[in-house]
Design a protein around this ligand. Structure first.
Ligand SMILES: [Fe+2]
Length: 343
């Protein structure tokens, strides 16, 4: 009996193996290239796999994602790319590294101004470029009246902190202002803003809050989610104090926003799975996890935002086309250089 049993087991093993092996080799999968953090994406890709059975192979790329995709060409295994900043996203489109996607799910979930009419890119979240103002030295009324334009006024001489004018976050902000006011205005604005700096335009957004707390500056420019990260305590006790030292202002009720977004790659070997992953990313559950995980704003209307983000007030984005913001980045970079903003 035992011998028969083991013989049967052996038989079933050999009988089953050839059927199972190819099935496993063909197991549904999708390959994701991203510049985002593992801690943010892992809970989402895990949930996606649990729901769909599609395995997600994530490649975390520090920089040069577009170069890598371009170099890999038609041999690339990438199906989806998720990146931050409108410039980085449009670079993928401009270099013909994405492919057009039609999806009622995506078109229904993402407002029209946050996706390409041809389906070559889709925003997954928005992040505001806010003004940070000292709670100690700027009154609430004065803070709430602040605009990006006002930071260049003489009253802020020696009181402004900001990171490099060449950083993509500032490039997008200055592009938004360029669209609103034109090139001569932007050159004049950046010259005056440079004249108002309390220190060199350098460091990161969090250092704006740090330096406001230290009394080096009274106002600055930084993304909303950094305030969220600091105030949440996730960056440690010290950063929590930096966050508490500033009021987050969404300027003039027409705030400059940037996006994070996704494409399906031009040569995606797993196109159907790529589409399912993108559709999953705009589901109410995924939007909540994705946007709130980094204190950003979801693109899907009606998705609850994190209470810390909510406390910054209503976000009313400037009515500006994202591709147009990206299209100005070379011009902005040149002007930033010409006025010696970072020197
Ligand atoms: Fe950032």
């Amino acid at each position: 009996m035992t011998r028969l049993r083991s013989a049967l087991l052996a038989l079933s093993f050999f009988a089953v193996t050839p059927i199972v092996a190819p099935a496993q080799a063909e197991a549904a999968e999708v390959n994701l290239y991203t510049t985002r953090e593992a801690g943010l994406l892992k809970p989402l890709t895990d949930r996606f796999t649990a729901e769909t059975g599609i395995q997600v192979n994530t490649v975390f790329v520090q920089g040069g994602l577009a170069e890598r995709l371009a170099a890999e060409g038609s041999r690339s295994r990438a199906d989806v790319a998720i990146v931050v900043d409108v410039g980085n996203l449009m670079e993928l489109v401009d270099r013909d590294l994405s492919q057009p996607i039609r999806s009622e799910v995506l078109e229904g979930a993402i407002p029209a101004n946050l996706r390409d009419p041809q389906g070559r890119w889709f925003a997954l979240s928005t992040r505001a470029r806010a003004i940070y103002a000292s709670r100690e030295r700027i009154s609430e009324a004065d803070a709430k009246a602040l605009t990006y334009e006002a930071l260049a006024e003489p009253r802020f001489k020696g009181r402004v902190c900001i990171r490099s004018g060449q950083h993509p976050y500032n490039t997008a902000l200055f592009s938004t202002l360029l669209i609103a006011h034109g090139e001569p205005w932007l050159r004049d604005y950046l010259t005056k803003l440079k004249g108002n700096l309390a220190r060199r335009a350098a460091g990161g957004d969090r250092e704006v809050a740090r330096d406001i707390m230290a009394g080096i500056c009274d106002v600055g420019v930084a993304n909303t989610y950094y305030a969220g990260l600091m105030l949440s305590g996730r960056g440690g006790e010290e950063q929590k104090l930096w966050g508490e030292a500033v009021r987050v202002v969404l300027p003039g009720r027409e705030t400059a926003v940037n996006i994070t977004g996704a494409i399906v790659t031009r040569h995606a070997p797993n196109r159907a799975e790529a589409l399912r992953l993108l559709e999953f990313m705009v589901s109410p559950e995924a939007q909540t996890v994705y946007a709130n995980g980094n204190f950003e704003n979801p693109v899907r209307p009606g998705t609850p935002t994190n209470p810390i983000v909510e406390s910054f007030g209503d976000l009313t984005p400037r009515d500006v086309s994202m591709p147009e913001v990206a299209a100005r980045r070379a011009a902005v970079s040149r002007i930033v250089d010409e006025v010696g903003f970072d020197r």
